[in-house]
Ligand binder design. Structure first.
Ligand SMILES: C[S@@+](CC[C@H](N)C(=O)[O-])C[C@H]1O[C@@H](n2cnc3c(N)ncnc32)[C@H](O)[C@@H]1O
Length: 191
């Protein structure tokens, strides 16, 4: 999966990564990423308790911990400022387009797993706004989006103060917006 590959490429070289799969559903993204990053500290969170139950089972083999709650409120406080790779496949279907989805999504997926608000970017905006508080210095936020919504997702990431880039894979029809936190190790002085 493109998001997982792009995240793995950004893992710290010198130590195991701290990974957070936010809006994790059944935890597939976190599990796939942890399988590529031996020793990673893995957390996954979602507001849907049933999904988190599955995520717990899927990430346990990697030593992962799954949390239930609305975005960052689900997380243990000691994760704040330590996340190297924050991977997010949040809902990004515009509310007015949900009725156009194939029946398997429309009829069997909970609305909360699809509905991204008016332009599809509402949940992504909430994720991006608070991401800098949870990222480690030099850490990365990676959000799956669509080619059509990439500019809006990039705007959300940039407004949060992260340096954004858009990465696409035509073969897989995938688009990821990555935002990088300033590296706190870089010391600036007036001298
Ligand atoms: C499109 S699904 C993606 C699930 C998973 N990341 C994947 O790629 O298979 C979006 C997920 O976001 C979760 N979600 C939506 N709003 C949320 C919120 N405010 N806080 C936490 N999770 C949320 C839904 O419950 C759903 O599991």
């Amino acid at each position: 999966m493109f998001l997982v590959k792009r995240a793995a490429a950004r893992a710290p070289a010198a130590r195991p990564a701290v990974v957070l799969d936010l809006c994790c559903g059944a935890g597939g993204i976190g599990a796939a990423l942890a399988s590529l990053l031996p020793g990673a500290e893995l957390h996954a969170a979602d507001s849907d308790a049933a999904a988190v139950g599955y995520a717990h089972r899927n990430i346990a083999p990697f030593g992962g911990r799954a949390h239930v709650g609305d975005l960052y409120t689900a997380l243990p406080a000691d994760l704040r400022g330590r996340v190297d790779l924050l991977v997010v496949n949040a809902p990004y279907v515009p509310s007015g387009e949900i009725d156009l989805l194939p029946s398997e999504a429309r009829l069997y997926e909970p609305r909360a797993s699809l509905d991204g608000g008016f332009d599809g970017v509402d949940v992504q905006r909430r994720v991006a706004r608070v991401a800098p508080d949870w990222l480690a210095p030099g850490g990365h936020l990676l959000i799956e989006t669509s080619a059509r919504q990439a500019a809006a997702t990039t705007g959300a990431v940039t407004e949060s103060g992260l340096a954004a880039t858009v990465e696409s894979c035509e073969d897989w029809d995938c688009t990821v917006v990555a935002g990088t936190a300033p590296d706190g190790a870089r010391i600036t002085t007036s001298a």
